[in-house]
Design a protein around this ligand. Structure first.
Ligand code: DAK
Length: 261
């Protein structure tokens, strides 16, 4: 499929998805949200892709929902817009492959919410992250009130959500909002390196680990443990775990890696 606001480039086992509306600082309008849903579905079905990097063109990762578009909406349209954004970010969160956000600049409002739906975040020293919705008289609409406290705890999340003030990359690192901070010219390389490493692991195991962590987060350890036991059983049932162990002893690449190379 052709995309207007996204660029997709494949490099090795990694697909880099770049949000590309730099004149609006990659603001996420309805069309871009739809494109993200379609792009993620295509990448999910592509056996040659083992991991995804999400980033932005120019000086922003994404400066939020498109507030010019939102300003023309009535209540029902805003509700639909919120549902579309939530669907787009759930598609990222539930993708059967890891998604790494390479946060190159402003990640505000919907932009930070997109980054938080990713599995891992790597930021450039230039990144600025925040939830400025309250400064516009609105609440976050795409999961910010839910994912931010889960990632960094209630007190810090409420400070960011209630003040609307952005934080810099160093603060985000100290809060655990991002995994790593690198120089701007090293960002894409660092994200791709991590993506390639994860993509070389057992693909079913990766999908199941992601699902166990995400689905287990809202449950008790016992319920989460049951998900984990099922996942463990599946890895053996489909043969990946046996193949991985044999490959280890035979000092060779496992078959899933040979197939993808
Ligand atoms: N939407 C649309 N256009 C945007 C934009 C955005 N979020 N952010 C920036 N732009 C546009 C600017 O209007 C400007 O356009 P032109 O004037 O050149 O035509 C262009 O991008 C460049 O922006 P600036 O000239 O402002 O660039 P600066 O470097 O000076 O400043 C900045 C960068 C990121 C600090 C500044 O642009 C800024 O504060 N931007 C707005 C950030 C923001 O407030 N984002 C929205 C967060 S709220 C919902 C309700 C609410 C929401 C969602 C759902 N429902 C009820 C459904 C809210 C979601 C949000 O994301």
């Amino acid at each position: 499929m052709e995309f207007k606001n996204l660029k997709i480039e494949k490099d090795g086992l990694t697909a880099v998805v770049t949000i590309d509306r730099p004149t609006a600082l990659n603001a996420l309008d309805g069309e871009t949200m739809m494109e993200l849903i379609h792009a993620m579905s295509e990448l999910e079905a592509d056996d040659g892709v083992g991991a995804v990097v999400l980033t932005g063109a120019g000086k922003a990762f994404a400066a939020g929902a498109d507030i010019a578009e939102l300003s023309k909406m009535d209540g029902m349209q805003a509700r639909e817009a919120a549902k579309l954004g939530q669907k787009a970010f759930s598609t990222i969160e539930n993708l059967n492959k890891p998604v790494i956000a390479a946060v190159n600049g402003y990640a505000l409002g919907g932009g930070l919410e997109a980054a938080m739906a990713c599995d891992i975040r790597i930021a450039s020293t230039r990144a600025k992250m925040g939830q400025p919705e309250v400064t516009l008289g609105a609440t976050p609409g795409f999961g910010g009130t839910q994912r931010l406290p889960r990632l960094i705890g209630f007190g810090r999340a409420k400070e960011i959500l209630l003040t609307g003030d952005p934080i810099d990359a160093a603060t985000a690192l100290s809060y655990g909002l991002v995994n790593k901070v690198v120089e701007p010219d090293e960002l894409l390389g660092a994200a791709k390196e991590m993506a390639e490493k994860i993509a070389s692991r057992g693909p079913a195991a990766i999908a199941l680990v992601k699902s166990c962590v995400n689905k287990g987060a809202g449950t008790d350890v016992e319920t989460g443990g049951a998900l984990e036991a099922d996942a463990f059983g599946i890895c053996f049932g489909i043969g990946d775990a046996r193949e991985g162990i044999e490959a280890f002893f035979e000092k060779r690449d496992p078959s899933w890696l040979r197939k993808r190379k």
